[in-house]
Every structure is written in C-alpha cells, then in structure tokens.
Design a protein around this ligand. Sequence first.
Ligand SMILES: O=C(O)[C@@H](O)[C@@H](O)[C@H](O)[C@H](O)CO
Ligand SMILES: [Mg+2]
Length: 403
Amino acid sequence: MPKIVSARVIVTSPGRNFVTLKIECDDGTTGVGDATLNGRELAVASYLADHVVPCLIGRDAHRIEDIWQYLYKGAYWRRGPVTMTSIAAVDMALWDIKGKVAGLPVYQLLGGASREGCMVYGHANGTTIGDTVAAALDYQRQGYRAIRLQCGVPGMASTYGVSGDKYFYEPADADLPTENIWSTARYLRVVPELFAAAREALGWDVHLLHDVHHRLTPIEAARLGKDLEPYRPFWIEDATPAEDQEAFRLIRQHTTTPLAVGEIFSSVWDCKALIENRLIDYIRATVLHAGGITHMRQIASLADLHQVRTGCHGATDLSPVTMAAALHLGLAIPNFGIQEYMRHTPETDAVFPHAYRFADGMLHPGEAPGLGVDIDEALAANHPYARAYLPVNRLEDGTMWSW
Ligand SMILES: O=C(O)[C@@H](O)[C@@H](O)[C@H](O)[C@H](O)CO
Ligand SMILES: [Mg+2]
C-alpha cells in the first residue's frame, strides 16, 4: 500500500491566488488537491500545513474514507469553508493517487461514465445588454450549449459578473476590498430586458442562465423569477442568501423558474433541507469547498433521491485541479446537471497542466490515470502570493449588502 511520506502546501498566483496540496507516497506516487478559498487563502494554507499535514505522514494513502472521517470528526470544530476546503484538498489528492496506482482515470473508480461528457456553461458578460448579447453569440458560435448572462446595471458603476475582459472574470481585485454600490430596483428592471434581447438574438436552442449573486430578498427573487419565466431560464442562481434555506420556499411558491444555489455551502448539512423539500433544482456545491469527491458524492446522492441535479461551481478561483476532480465526478454520477466553466487564463493553465478538454459544448476529464492534472512547481514558484479580496457591496444609502 502507498504510504504518505510528505505533503506540501504550494501557494502560487499566476494571475490570481491558488493554494494546492501535493501529497507524495513512499513509492513516488504523488497526488494533488485544490485548497483555494478566495480571499482567505492563507487560512487554509495554515490549516493544512500546521494542523493537517502532521497527521497524514505515515498513513495508508488508499484509506480515503478513513482519512476523511479522521479529519472531519478529529477536527472537533466541524464544517465551515476553511475546514472543508482543507479536507477537500486531501481528499482530491488521495483520489488522484488511487487512480494513478490503479492505472485508471478517477471517473472509472466512481462507477464509470454515465454520459459522453459534462455539458458546461460559458460566461457572457458586458457593460450593456448589447455587449452581453454579442458575447453570448460568440459563445454560441464556439459550440456552447449553455451560456450565463451578466450585464451592467444602468446607473451603477459596477456589478457582479461584469468585467473589462470578454472571456476572463476575476472578482478578487484589490489589496483591500473594493466597495461596490448596488440598486435592486435598477437591477430588476434590466435583467428581463437582457433575457428578452438574448432570446431574440440566440433563439431557444441554447440554455440561458443568470447569477443573482445573493442580492435579492425572497419576494424580490420571486419577482425576478416570474419576470423571467417567458424566457425559460435554465436557472437563476443564488437568488437570495443561501443560508436562509426556508426563504426558497417563498420563492418556490411564486415562480417555476428553476433555482440553483450552493457554491458557498461546505457540507451536506448546509443544503439537506433545500434538497429534501425540493426547494431547489440544482445544487452548486462542488468538490473544492464541500469536502472533496468523497463528500460531494454524498451530496449528489442525496440530491438524486429528490430529483435535484448538480450544477457545480466552476469559477476562476477554483483551480484546474478542482475542475478536473469535478469532471470525473460529474461524468460518473447519475444526476449531473451542468458544470460551470469560467475558463482560466493561459497563465493559470500553464501552471496546472491538465487532460480535460472542451468539445461540442462539453468538457471531458480525459483518460489519464488519476485526476489528469498536476502543478508545475517550477512555474508556480515564479508567481508569488499577493493578498487579494473579493469586493463588498453597499446599498445607495450605505447599508452593507451581499456582494
Ligand atoms: O457563480 C459564480 O461563478 C460566482 O458566484 C463566482 O464567480 C464567485 O463570485 C466567486 O467564485 C467568488 O470567489
Ligand atoms: Mg455564483
């Protein structure tokens, strides 16, 4: 059995900050796990290096479930994004090792392929509705079957999801949090206009999605859901702050627009009520912040019992290691829905060479043994960490709001 002899935490910043755990066994096999928590990276780096790594040395790398339980129950202070992201990094690395030792891609260890590939959604954004629709047409031309639409709000200097760059969106943007100003009234007027223009230009054979990004009250979210029904969105995401699980019941009572939530969830306990009461249609938790492949598979199984499908988070602050692990899981589970694919920059891809490939609107993890991704440590060393924060949001009167 492969015994763990070392585990290193690698912090690198090829355009944005990433934290990666690399585990090495006595037979030379290595495995990688993503440990990136956007805006709080060093908390996880320390949790791993100072508290988890000492407990890993000497353990049997094949005992993934036992190590998961040891780190989860052994922490005493269970759950939360720092703990579960740290456990996730160990878990991903151990699945990577197991696949390499078996000579199989991880999806084969999870039951084999349940589909030809994982449908992904691209990110069309623009300052105006016209710019956003033009970007969406470009994604459609590239073969994307699903496209997220985010546009500027007239009268607002900035909003979530709209960047100066057509293809790459990076929310962590400053050494201290940028302060944004928000107006729900202005926003609620522009999104239905955006979807009407998009349907007019793109037609009906493409899925259109939108991320509300935690900013509406339940009744405002119900309003948006109703207003978008004529345009058949694939989903609206994070319609209201996710921890208020009961709020989704109110939204459900008013609209048939599908609801997605969960990228900030870190365990099954955060979403159990939402899933069991069928208050959502897609669960957005993913392997990085929700405890790795081992725990995300549990969440997906619970979701499957209630006809909830996965729609895993896949923003640029989740490294290619997470994308690879999510695709192996997404290929294998019965209730895969869609995978977010906010493409990384070439600079990031160079540090994280990977086997997954885009074709025909889908990503496939590839056939390399393990996860099919690695970290180029020499290149990683060229990109020193630079503190960066996600923005904060205030209403026009200065009230602190969700970003
Ligand atoms: O759906 C999404 O991709 C967003 O919610 C993310 O861009 C999110 O803002 C970032 O991952 C936060 O770090
Ligand atoms: Mg989101």
